[in-house]
Write a protein that binds this ligand. Structure first.
Ligand SMILES: NC(=O)c1ccc[n+]([C@@H]2O[C@H](COP(=O)([O-])OP(=O)(O)OC[C@H]3O[C@@H](n4cnc5c(N)ncnc54)[C@H](OP(=O)(O)O)[C@@H]3O)[C@@H](O)[C@H]2O)c1
Length: 253
């Protein structure tokens, strides 16, 4: 039993798979996303099925108000959060240099600023209690030079690697989860259809991904890359010349 878990982006895709698996394992939950109706519906389903406590927080994590609401839940000493899943994320369809810089600012806020603030609050609360776990959902894109999305994910992987070492003795495990392509709402929200460019074998299932991630968390890994195929690809990406990796990576989005 890990107690209460807070999952950002819990209404769809990978975050929703985390919420369902953690509920199945008996965790109480705090679910964060922007769409209140959808949050309430997910929460009601999980309460009914698993007899757990589920709180919802409607929050746009790119705003100070939204971020503050999620931080408050992490610092609430009466209802401590033992596992933070920093998952909410999105991507722009166009490459940096052609996008609107205001959209890039929002992306930076969602992909880097929000997880940084939530991690800060969680680490302070968890080290005080002497235990806690944080999963930062990154991507195998962190290992390839591919515009701002991969740069944001590289930041998350780097800080997770460091925090995993830094806070181990304080009883806090921090892990970056690096999925490959997963069938979720992510690409549809981006307005792209990756089916023509991404072969079938490259797609992962969110439920399987989450179980592999939780196994790696139990092993206190700093970086989790589920599936053998993506372990191989991630290793190649890190050691092959970056120009070759970038050319190959440009094919899929
Ligand atoms: N799918 C992939 O192939 C893939 C691969 C590698 C890594 N990832 C990463 O996995 C994570 C989850 O992606 P996904 O594929 O599961 O995406 P998804 O299916 O589009 O779900 C995104 C979730 O994040 C929430 N969200 C989006 N913007 C938000 C904001 N500003 N504030 C609060 N919540 C927000 C959404 O709910 P609302 O719209 O209601 O806010 C939704 O619950 C992301 O960090 C992504 O970069 C995805």
């Amino acid at each position: 039993m890990r107690g209460r878990a807070l999952v950002t982006g819990a209404t769809a895709g990978i975050g929703n798979a985390f919420a369902r698996e953690l509920a199945r394992r008996g965790h109480d939950l705090v679910l964060v996303a922007r769409d209140t109706k959808r949050l309430e519906s997910v929460a009601a389903g999980l309460r009914d099925k698993h007899r757990i406590e589920v709180d919802v927080i409607t929050a746009d994590l790119t705003t100070d108000e939204g971020l503050g609401a999620a931080v408050n839940a992490l610092t609430d000493t009466a209802r401590p959060v033992d596992l933070l899943v920093n998952n909410a994320g999105s991507s722009l369809a166009a490459w940096f240099g052609t996008t609107d810089i205001a959209d890039e600012d929002r992306q930076l806020d969602l992909m880097v600023r929000a997880p940084m603030h939530l991690m800060d609050a969680a680490i302070k609360a968890m080290t005080g209690r002497g235990h806690g776990e944080i999963i930062n959902v990154a991507s195998v894109a962190a290992f390839t030079p591919r515009g701002t999305y991969s740069a944001h994910k590289a930041w998350i992987v780097n800080i997770s690697r460091w925090a995993n070492i830094q806070y181990a003795d304080a009883g806090v495990t921090v892990m970056a989860l690096c999925p490959g392509f997963v069938r979720t709402e992510f690409h549809q929200r981006m307005g792209v259809d990756p089916n023509s460019s991404v072969p079938r074998w490259m797609w992962l299932k969110a439920d399987k991904l989450v179980k592999a991630a939780l196994d790696d968390l139990d092993k206190r890994k700093a970086v989790s890359v589920p599936s053998v195929r993506y372990k191989v690809l991630a290793t190649i990406s890190q050691y092959a010349p970056s120009s070759i990796v970038a050319r190959a990576a440009r094919r899929g989005r």
